[in-house]
Write a protein that binds this ligand. Structure first.
Ligand SMILES: [Zn+2]
Length: 97
């Protein structure tokens, strides 16, 4: 789950440039915690990713989706997907590319 860029970000404790992202439990108010990959110091919270309408539109144009998958994409378009929905979305993105 480190598919985002952290250019110009560095650990204030050790200066390391790489981070580990840990998705928080569902009950947490935060989506994920980002810690320094070297010293483990807390860096920042990551907010919940929103569905990207452009990504969903592209996915819907793919001929490799079945009816259920198309319906699913239309339902989650323009909303904030749950963690489960995000997993399915990532799976579909991998399937069609
Ligand atoms: Zn560090």
């Amino acid at each position: 789950m480190t598919n985002f860029s952290l250019f110009d970000d560095f650990c204030s404790k050790c200066g390391n440039l790489s981070f580990d992202t840990t998705v928080e439990p569902e009950r947490s108010v935060h989506y994920a915690r980002i810690n320094c990959a070297r010293c483990g110091a807390f860096y920042k919270w990551q907010s919940k990713p929103k569905s990207d309408p452009v990504v969903i539109t592209k996915l819907l144009q793919s001929p490799n989706l079945d009816d259920w998958e198309r319906k699913f994409l239309k339902i989650i378009a323009y909303s904030t997907p749950t963690r489960g929905e995000s997993i399915v979305l990532n799976h579909l993105a991998k399937k069609v590319t």
